[in-house]
Structures are given as structure tokens and as C-alpha cells.
Design a protein around this ligand. Structure first.
Ligand SMILES: [Zn+2]
Ligand SMILES: [Zn+2]
Length: 293
């Protein structure tokens, strides 16, 4: 995997890249606008020029976005559901300006209307969004979720259903979050549990669709359905699990991005990146070969 972390954009969108490069990220995830507001300001030419300079430095393998947290395509018809569609359209436009290949999106929550209704709304919402951004190459990477409340996406079958029903599945991709997998009931602590989780994705959707991983430990227990991220080795998944995760040779060039708690100086990200890299088997760093199945 190519390691990196979610980087704050305080001070300008380009600062996320500067920060990521500064702490040795190979990949950076960022919010294309304030993630707690519906709509963002357009970037200034100066912002875009500085961003392009940082991106052109060539030190980053992949830069991608995460959609804002207010967006819920799964909600029943309502002003907020309409706003969600419009906000995602704007985020894709902003991501296009930045040249991002994809935006990670939580599929959505049905808010009590039921899974079938929620999935239908998500599919219809994505169809609207893809229609309005037809010329954009930016894909939406659906993220698996912990299954908190009425959130959909904790069952891979939800993601597969969205793939099967949208008009343009080529605009979709996947982002798989290790904490969410675990909280949804997949025991990633064992190689067998990891294989089983990935096996579901492979059989129902396809491994080629995996555009990124979120590498997070979980503060909550297996199957808790409660989403709380922890530093690598500081949660219930535990450091040894990340050995079989980061050494899975099928994902050698796929981004693996931390979304773990951090302070302003980012020293936790530095530590977590070092932990992940130390787990990678390479000559002189290997105690036993990677178990293949
Ligand atoms: Zn997410
Ligand atoms: Zn995540």
C-alpha cells in the first residue's frame, strides 16, 4: 500500500499537500471544502496555483477527497436531501478543479424509512449527481460504514446493490475502512477474517473497484456498530492485524490512508505512519513470509 493520512486544509487547500509532504505521506486525503458546511467558496486563482505547485512537486502518489459529512443521499425526500445532491455536485466540481481522481462518500442513512427506501434514494441521488457532472472524470468511492444508526453500507450487499442499479457504475469506486469493517462485524484480527471481508467485496463487486483503504484502528468492539477511530495498535483491532492488511500483495499500489486522532503538530500521524511502514515485509524487515491464501 501507499501510505498517507487525511490532511487538514487550514490556511488554504494547498496546505494539505504541504503538510502531507512534510510528514512523509505518499497519499493525501482532504476535504475539498469545509466538511461541516453545505457549500464552499470557489478557489481563488492563487489557491489553485499554490495547489498545483505542491501537486507538481511529484512526491505524492495519489491525492483524493472525502465528501462533506452533511451530505446524505439516502434520506427521504426533503430540503436536506435536495441540498445533499447539490452539495455533492459542487464537491465534484471542486474536485475536478483540483484534478482529484475520486471523492470518498458515505452512502447515506435512511433515517427510519427503511433500507430499501434508503438504497433507492442513494441510487437516484447518484444518478442525478452523475448526470449534472457528466463531463467530470471524478469518481465517487463508496465507503463501507460501521452501520451506526440507520447508516447504510455496513453490509457489502448494500454497496453491491448501488453498483447494480446506478446508470453509470463506471463513475463509482470503493474505499474500504478497516475500523468500519471491524465495527460492522468483520474480525480483521486474523488473516482469515481479513480474507473473508475482502472476499465479500471480490465476489459481490470486484477488487478492481477498490480505489483506497482507510487504515484506522477501532476504539469500539467487534460488531459494535459504533464508529470511533483509534491510532494503529491503540484500539480493539490491534497492531498485528495491520501486518496482514498492509502486506496484502493485491493492494501494493492502493492508497492506505490514516484517519486517526491527531493534534495540530501531526505527531500522531508521524508515529502511525512509522508503525505501518515497520509492519511491511521487505528484505531485512521480514520475520516470516506473508501468508497467502
Ligand atoms: Zn469516511
Ligand atoms: Zn473512513
Amino acid at each position: 500500500m501507499k501510505f498517507g493520512a487525511h490532511m487538514p486544509t487550514g490556511g488554504g487547500i494547498w496546505r494539505a499537500l504541504e503538510r502531507g509532504i512534510g510528514i512523509g505521506c505518499e497519499v493525501v486525503q482532504l476535504f475539498v471544502k469545509n466538511n461541516r458546511q453545505w457549500f464552499g467558496q470557489p478557489y481563488s486563482p492563487d489557491d489553485l496555483a499554490r495547489y498545483a505547485n505542491q501537486a507538481a512537486a511529484g512526491k505524492l502518489h495519489t491525492i483524493f477527497g472525502h465528501a462533506g459529512y452533511l451530505i446524505n443521499l439516502g434520506a427521504p425526500a426533503s430540503p436536506n436531501r435536495d441540498r445533499s445532491v447539490q452539495a455533492l455536485i459542487q464537491e465534484i466540481q471542486l474536485a475536478t478543479e483540483l484534478g482529484l481522481p475520486f471523492l470518498v462518500l458515505h452512502p447515506g442513512a435512511h433515517l427510519g424509512a427503511g433500507e430499501a427506501s434508503g438504497l433507492q434514494q442513494i441510487v437516484a441521488g447518484l444518478d442525478d449527481v452523475f448526470r449534472a457532472t457528466r463531463a467530470s472524470p471524478v469518481r465517487i468511492a463508496l465507503e463501507n460504514t460501521a452501520g451506526q444508526g440507520t447508516c447504510l453500507g455496513h453490509d457489502i450487499a448494500h454497496l453491491a446493490a448501488i453498483y447494480q442499479r446506478v446508470q453509470h457504475p463506471g463513475r463509482l469506486g470503493l474505499c474500504l475502512d478497516t475500523a468500519h469493517f471491524f465495527e460492522a462485524g468483520h474480525n480483521l484480527r486474523t488473516p482469515r477474517g481479513w480474507q473473508a471481508a475482502i472476499g465479500q467485496v471480490e465476489s459481490q463487486i470486484g477488487l478492481r473497484e477498490i480505489l483506497a483503504f482507510h487504515l484506522n484502528d477501532s476504539k469500539t468492539d467487534l460488531g459494535s456498530r459504533v464508529d470511533r477511530h483509534a491510532g494503529i495498535g491503540q484500539g480493539k483491532i490491534g497492531r498485528p492485524a495491520f501486518r496482514h492488511i498492509v502486506n496484502d500483495s493485491r493492494f501494493a499500489t492502493v492508497p492506505g490512508c490514516l484517519e486517526t486522532p491527531k493534534s495540530e503538530d501531526l505527531h500522531e500521524d508521524v508515529e502511525n505512519l512509522a508503525i505501518l511502514r515497520a509492519l511491511v515485509f521487505r528484505r531485512g524487515n521480514s520475520t516470516k513470509p506473508l501468508m497467502e491464501t
